[in-house]
Each structure stands twice: as structure tokens, then as C-alpha cells.
Design a protein around this ligand. Structure first.
Ligand code: 4AD
Ligand code: MG
Length: 457
């Protein structure tokens, strides 16, 4: 259907005086004796288009005025009577699809919880349209950033036989009938599609390392899957993961790149989504705009795990889980560090090797690894990364300590046998980044169809 985007009709000064056809859904309808006003949204902009109906020349079909109805309008573009931009003086108005009063989206503000129950319709609301516009702009900016900095975009497999994080959170991939009976687990997997136990990848890192140790700088941007039994506002069973991997990079390089990427993405969102950020600043997180501007223009803090634990131990009375050296940081600790102590994003580095993954570079102290988590106010961990262990002997020792199946990692180990180089990278949880930029507090509200424990609507 030939028509013009509402975004263009609204903002293009050259359109004033021209005829235009627009399509959209009715957001509001106001009526009076002489004129009526329809507010239309077609998704192309945060602002809606005001359609002015002169009732002396056009009598609108009542179905065209119902909230949620879809219509097509032909008319003349004029400068808005009030405010900035343009509006449309309707000459013809016709119905595309009617919308009965049972429409689950109503004009009054509805709770996010209610809207979670209608994921197929909630994108018709201002909040969700704004969140998904930010998400799209951020995704484009991810590709722009890496392309501009000489990284290659790699697609790591989603079905894999190796567990990157080793946390036992893999979904199994199988074609076995539900009542298959085998003598042993081994026999069971042998009969399955791949002939071995396979699952959905929790991270593209291991394949990313393969690519980085040939192409130099790469990134992946795709879904990761985690069968985490945690029903929190920050965890999904399926999330989008941005994972750069860089040859010849050590931990300080990894930190520098992570900070640079994050600031670039925030600036892109601020530049390209001003109306959305203004909306979130007014209705979702007061002070969001100032926060993002500040973060984009100031440096992040860095502190070691050991320093962080020393700070946290003094506050143990306030925590549900008291901290001591060696314990994993819980979200209450992460939030305290970034919100109360540093009051800005903070990279925590050099964690005890026992609480981190097998592939991380072992530090000279024999106790810690060259890992880093980036913690941000309101969310906690948004990035996890490290320098990788490049020494064959040290890596195999760490894998043996963890009782890992070495044969399954032969290719990964080969990278340490043939021209091994220092390298590192990180993973940025894309939904967590969108939460940070929008102030949305639940990861389910920045995901089209969120998947989590007992939830696959
Ligand atoms: O810290 P994680 O587990 O690190 C890795 O997977 C590494 N292999 C990354 C790398 O070095 N290439 O995950 C990285 C990030 C987390 O900081 C978090 O933002 C996000 O991925 N994340 C999740 N986001 C939503 N739901 C989940 N269940 C997530 N698990 C991790
Ligand atoms: Mg992590």
C-alpha cells in the first residue's frame, strides 16, 4: 500500500502543503461540533500524528474512531496548529481493521505485570514501543561500533557439544522419543541425533576464540541459552549476547574496550532516541537522562575482588549473605558496590579462580584469575569477561581440577598448541544493557517473548 511513514509526515518541513496517505492505529479520538481529532501511531516514531477532520466536509465512520482500530487517511500536510511539526488535514478516511471494545489495551495506564500477560499486544503501548525502539537502535550501534573498529562479525553455532561456562545450565537438544529406554547414558546419547550429548550454547566464546586466533578481532551477537532455575528480574532462559574476542589483548585491554563500547552504545541511544529517553526519564526512571549523559562522559571505576571484599566485609551486618574472601558476590553485594560505594559503573577484577570459569587466565598469585565483571547501578552485573588462559599446561591443569572431559575440548586446546597468543574478551547481556538505558526494571519487559522457568507464552 503506497503511504508515507508518520515519522516523515510529522517532521519533514518539505511535506507541508503536499498530499499524503498515512496508515496507522488509532490512539485517541476527540470530537466536537465542527472538528474531530484522531491521533495515529504507525510505530515509526514516538510522537503520534494528529489527523484533523473537518466535519462539515467529512463524516468519520464511527469504527475509524475506536481505540486500536487501523485506518488509512489521505489528506494535506499542514504545519501543526499548536506545537512543533506537522499534522494532517483529512480528506478521506477509511477503515483497515476494526477494533472492538474488548481490546485488552486501554487508554488508561495499565500495569507492566498485566501487559506481560498479553505479550502479543503490549507493543502497542508507548512504553513498549519506546523500549523496542531503543533496543533496535542499540543493536544497530553494536554492529556499527565493531565494524568501525575492525572487528569481524562471527556467527557461533547455537547447538553445541561443549559447555563454555561449565555451570551445568545447558538445555539439552534431542530427538529421542520421550519413552526411549537404553541400558546406559552413553548408549542413550549414541542413539540420539548427533550421537553425543548436545545442547544449546550458553555462550559463543569458545568458537569466538577460534575465530579471534585467526582473524584477530571478532564479535558475536546472537542468542545464548541458560537453563537457570532463577526467576529473577535479570535472568532469561534465552537472552541476546554480545561477545567480542580479541587476539593479543590482556585484561586491561579487555576493560578498555568494554568501557568504550558501552559509552558508544549509550551515546547512540541518546542521539537517536531522544523522545524515548525523555519518556523513560519522565515515567520510568527519574534522572535517567542525566545518568546516561554522566556515564557516557566519565570514567568507570576499577577495583580488585580482594579490595571489594574488604569494603563489603565492613558491611556484612546489612547483607543476607555475609561476604568473605572466596565467596561469590551476590546481587546484593554487587548493587551495594556500584550504587553505594562507587556510585557509577565499576569493573571488579581478579576473582578467586574457584568461583570463575576454567578458561580464565591464572594470575601469578596462584589464587586469582584475570577476570572482570562490570557492575552498574540498578542492575548489577552487565558484563562478564576475562583474559583467557593461553598456556596449554595451565589450562589442562584447571580442566583436570574440574573433572572436565578433555576429549570434548580438543579443538579448544589446539589453539594453545599452535601459535598460542594472549587473548581475551567479554560478554555483554544485551537485554541488561537495554534495561540500563531505559530504566525498565524487569528483563521480561525489554524482551519480545521472554522465556524463563515455567514461562514460554
Ligand atoms: O558472565 P557470563 O556468564 O560470561 C560468559 O558467558 C562469557 N563466556 C562471556 C565472554 O567472556 N565472552 O555472561 C555474560 C553476560 C552477563 O554479564 C549478563 O549480562 C548476561 O551475559 N547474562 C544474562 N542475561 C540474561 N539472562 C541470563 N540468564 C544471563 N546470563 C548471563
Ligand atoms: Mg558472569
Amino acid at each position: 500500500m503506497k503511504h508515507t511513514d508518520i515519522k516523515t509526515v510529522l517532521s519533514d518541513a518539505d511535506m507541508v502543503g503536499l498530499d499524503a496517505v498515512v496508515c496507522g492505529w488509532v490512539r485517541t479520538f476527540r470530537d466536537s461540533a465542527q472538528v474531530a481529532f484522531l491521533e495515529l501511531s504507525d510505530g515509526t516514531s514516538f510522537e503520534k500524528l494528529q489527523v484533523v477532520i473537518d466535519k462539515t466536509s467529512l463524516t468519520p465512520d464511527p469504527e475509524c474512531t475506536k481505540l486500536g482500530a487501523s485506518v488509512v487517511v489521505a489528506g494535506k500536510v499542514v504545519k501543526a496548529y499548536k506545537g512543533e511539526g506537522n499534522e494532517l488535514n483529512a480528506e478521506r478516511l477509511s477503515l483497515l481493521g476494526k477494533c472492538p471494545p474488548e481490546y485488552p489495551i486501554q487508554k488508561k495506564r495499565q500495569t507492566l505485570e498485566y501487559l506481560r500477560g498479553i505479550p502479543h499486544l503490549r507493543l502497542r503501548t508507548n512504553t513498549f514501543q519506546a523500549a523496542f525502539r531503543v533496543r533496535s537502535v542499540a543493536a544497530q550501534a553494536v554492529h556499527r561500533y565493531f565494524h568501525a573498529h575492525g572487528y569481524y562479525y562471527i556467527n557461533a553455532p547455537l547447538i553445541t557439544a561443549s559447555d563454555c561456562e561449565g555451570a551445568g545450565e545447558m538445555f539439552r537438544v534431542t530427538t529421542q522419543p520421550w519413552n526411549a529406554k537404553y541400558a546406559s547414558e552413553e548408549e542413550y546419547y549414541k542413539n540420539d541425533f548427533f550421537g553425543v550429548k548436545a545442547g544449546l550454547s550458553v555462550s559463543g566464546q569458545l568458537e569466538g576464540e577460534v575465530a579471534a586466533t585467526a582473524l584477530g578481532k571478532i564479535y558475536t551477537f546472537g542468542p545464548s541459552f541458560r537453563a537457570e532455575n532463577s526467576n529473577t528480574t535479570r535472568h532469561l532462559a534465552e537472552f541476546w549476547h554480545i561477545e567480542p574476542e580479541i587476539a593479543f589483548a590482556e585484561l586491561p585491554d579487555v576493560i578498555e574496550i568494554a568501557e568504550d563500547l558501552l559509552k558508544y552504545l549509550i551515546r547512540a541511544v541518546l542521539t537517536e532516541c531522544p523522545a524515548e529517553i525523555k519518556f523513560f526519564d519522565s515515567f520510568v526512571e527519574k534522572g535517567l537522562l542525566e545518568k546516561l549523559n554522566h556515564v557516557a562522559n566519565s570514567s568507570f571505576a576499577v577495583c580488585t575482588y580482594t579490595e571489594a571484599v574488604a569494603i563489603l566485609e565492613q558491611q556484612n551486618a546489612r547483607f543476607q549473605f555475609p561476604v568473605h574472601w572466596g565467596s561469590d558476590l551476590q546481587s546484593e553485594h554487587e548493587k551495594y558496590l556500584t550504587e553505594e560505594v562507587f556510585k557509577r559503573p565499576v569493573f571488579v577484577t581478579d576473582y578467586p579462580k574457584e568461583i570463575k570459569s576454567f578458561y580464565m587466565k591464572q594470575n601469578a598469585d596462584g589464587k586469582t584469575v584475570a577476570a572482570t565483571d562490570l557492575l552498574v547501578p540498578g542492575i548489577g552485573e552487565i558484563i562478564g569477561g576475562s583474559e583467557r588462559e593461553a598456556d596449554y599446561e595451565k589450562l589442562t591443569a584447571a580442566m583436570k581440577e574440574r573433572g572436565m572431559d578433555m576429549a570434548a575440548y580438543k579443538q579448544y586446546l589446539d589453539l594453545r598448541l599452535f601459535g598460542s597468543v594472549p587473548h581475551g574478551g567479554f560478554g555483554l547481556g544485551f537485554e541488561r544493557f537495554v534495561m540500563y538505558c531505559t530504566g525498565m526494571e524487569n528483563i521480561r519487559d525489554v524482551t519480545l517473548f521472554p522465556r524463563s522457568v515455567k514461562n514460554i507464552m
